[in-house]
Ligand binder design. Structure first.
Ligand code: CAA
Length: 241
């Protein structure tokens, strides 16, 4: 019987690739999603991976959703805080709503996802916390003050959790994807993408979601036990942190 893994935002984009890769490694995977019922139903139909609906920005909803996952699949031993949104705009045009929404989902969402599973990991003396950050949390990005703040925050979260969890057999690490060919990146104006972004990627291409999923399956594995508080960057040589 494999370990149970939860992937938030696990039915689309990078999260879907992570859910599938963990399933292929033998984990019992639960994928949470926030809104797109149709995509979630299609994902479950195609992969057999159970999907659960809650808003990661809401603590009570996260607690209830996680309790349901654990009732169905057993204690969560691997948690991948992947759910995230963008709401880009230059700072002089950014509204408090734009700031608050992205902070709630991307940053508070990590607290809301990890906090409910943390006591069980401590009791069982095993846990893997993997947070999906971003190259833009490492280098900053014009038009993404809100998003970059959350993704830089992820790195502070895992470095702190690593120190708290190490003696309890828990590791906490971040993965920093570069620009990956998902809907999120393809939503960028094509002109901006081709003129300003792709030329800054020495690999000359967007990454594939599976290239991020492989970082996650490694960090989740027993082999990664001594890697704690680290950041794995997968960005085609765009930035070195
Ligand atoms: N670098 C340099 N110049 C840039 C730029 C960049 N990254 N982004 C935009 N510009 C330039 C534009 O080319 C344009 O210049 P010209 O007038 O000379 O053509 C000028 O700034 C104004 O740009 P827009 O017309 O696009 O302004 P806007 O107000 O309509 O849109 C924006 C602003 C929403 C920030 C838009 O430019 C944008 O989407 N930029 C990309 C931001 C980005 O990289 N987001 C990443 C999303 S993917 C992701 O977040 C995943 C991940 O983790 C990597």
């Amino acid at each position: 019987m494999g370990r149970t893994a939860l992937v938030t935002g696990g039915s689309r984009g990078i999260g879907a690739a992570i859910s599938k890769a963990l399933k292929a490694e033998g984990y019992n995977v639960a994928a949470s999603y926030a809104g797109n019922d149709e995509a979630a139903a299609k994902f479950t139909e195609e992969t057999g991976i159970k999907t659960y609906k809650w808003d990661v920005g809401d603590y009570e909803a996260s607690e209830a959703g996680i309790a349901q996952v654990e009732a169905d699949l057993g204690p969560i031993e691997v948690v991948v805080a992947n759910a995230g949104i963008t709401w880009d705009g230059f700072f002089h045009k950014m509204t408090p709503e734009q700031w608050n929404k992205v902070i709630a989902t991307n940053l508070t969402g990590v607290f809301n996802t990890v906090r409910p599973v943390w006591p069980g990991m401590r009791e069982r003396k095993f846990g893997r916390v993997i947070v999906i950050s971003s190259v833009n949390g490492q280098k900053g990005q014009a038009g993404q003050v809100n998003y970059a703040a959350t993704k830089a925050g992820d790195i502070g979260i895992v470095r702190s959790l690593a120190q708290e969890g190490a003696r309890a057999g828990i590791t906490a690490n971040a993965v920093c994807p570069g620009y990956i060919g998902t809907e999120m990146v393809r939503a960028i104006d094509e002109d901006v993408l081709n003129k300003h972004i792709i030329p800054q990627i020495p690999a000359g291409r967007l990454g594939e979601p599976e290239e991020i999923a492989r970082c996650v399956t490694f960090l989740a594995s027993d082999d990664a036990e001594f890697i704690n508080g680290s950041t794995i960057s997968a960005n085609g040589a765009q930035f070195f942190a």
